[in-house]
Design a protein around this ligand. Structure first.
Ligand code: CO
Length: 152
């Protein structure tokens, strides 16, 4: 008698518990922070900014210069599409009581005016896809201090 010690070695083919490590969709984050610098030479450090539609955007404006805001004040004013930058800037000139933020509905978002060594921020919902002008409304600044925010 053949004691066929046939202990049927079952080949345990356990597929390592199918690790469903879904790379939690590296899609668009809900929120984004953008840094924008400015200086005593009446300049922003970026003339192009990009965000995605639907994002909550926090824009941090920093003034790395040393001049007072009464002389070299900077802000960030984002304009609705279709707004004439030159007309809006002209209107802002006379809004000196409100630090050059005029009344009206042309703005999507804006920061307060800051001087050298200061920073400020504003949080807003990114508008629909498109291109939007941003400027500093301090008198005489928008010619140099302007840029385009692209919403993808
Ligand atoms: Co300025």
């Amino acid at each position: 008698m053949l004691s066929c010690g046939n202990n049927s070695s079952e080949t345990t083919t356990e597929t390592a518990s199918a690790t469903t490590t879904e790379t939690s969709k590296a899609s668009t984050p809900d929120e984004v922070t953008i840094e924008l610098g400015s200086n005593d030479q009446m300049q922003y450090d970026k003339t192009e900014l990009t965000v995605k539609a639907g994002q909550k955007v926090t824009l941090v404006l920093t003034h790395t210069g040393s001049m007072a805001k009464s002389v070299m004040g900077h802000n960030f004013v984002l304009l609705k599409s279709g707004t004439s930058v030159s007309k809006f800037a002209a209107k802002a000139l006379s809004a000196n009581d409100t630090e050059y933020i005029p009344e009206g509905d042309e703005m999507i978002a804006y920061t307060k005016l800051i001087g050298g060594g200061e920073s400020t921020s504003v949080t807003f919902d990114a508008p629909a896809a498109g291109k939007y002008d941003y400027i500093c409304t301090f008198p005489g600044h928008y010619a140099l201090m302007k840029g385009i925010l692209t919403v993808e």
